[in-house]
Design a protein around this ligand. Structure first.
Ligand code: NI
Length: 161
């Protein structure tokens, strides 16, 4: 396993549409392992393959730090409700902005054996699913931000007051 370099906003790879995965080759398995290692190293909640420069429809998410989720070729089946809150991205380091997302999301995806499964998420998981799936179509959360991007230090200071 190895850490991969996280691409940052401004890198054109983050604006491209990713291709579906057709089979889990050793190269893809290595990519998945590296994506989890890179996610945990960066202390993120989710990471999509284009963020490490690979235009494939692969996402890793862990909203608790102890619940790794791999999604291959994920598709949103259903959404409901609404949540408004701060969102950040490993490709936009140190910043956050307010984004409105569904409060419930149901996704169809494939696992590391290319077996289909459904996943339901609410709150932070629903937000992470929407955010990461957007990456696969070349979209960053900053396109959906209401109001200014803020520095994470300022957010933390505000929370402590
Ligand atoms: Ni992101």
């Amino acid at each position: 396993m190895a850490l991969r370099k996280i691409r940052e906003m401004g890198d054109p790879v983050l604006t491209r549409k990713c291709k579906e995965v057709t089979e889990i080759t050793p190269r893809i398995q290595e990519l998945i392992d590296d994506m989890f290692e890179t996610l945990y190293d960066a202390e993120g909640v989710g990471l999509a393959a284009p963020q490490v420069g690979i235009l494939k429809r692969i996402v890793v998410i862990d909203v608790t730090g102890d619940d790794p989720i791999l999604l291959i070729n994920p598709k949103i089946l259903e959404t409901s409700g609404e949540q408004e809150g701060y969102e950040g991205c490993l490709s936009v380091p140190g910043k956050s902005g307010i984004v409105t997302r569904p409060n419930y999301v149901k996704v169809l995806a494939y696992d590391e054996n290319m077996k289909a499964f459904e996943l339901e998420g609410t709150e932070l998981l629903a937000r992470a699913l929407c955010h990461e799936l957007d990456h696969l179509d070349g979209h960053l959360y900053v396109e959906k931000v209401e109001g200014p991007l803020v520095n994470n230090e300022d957010l933390r200071d505000a929370e402590e007051e």
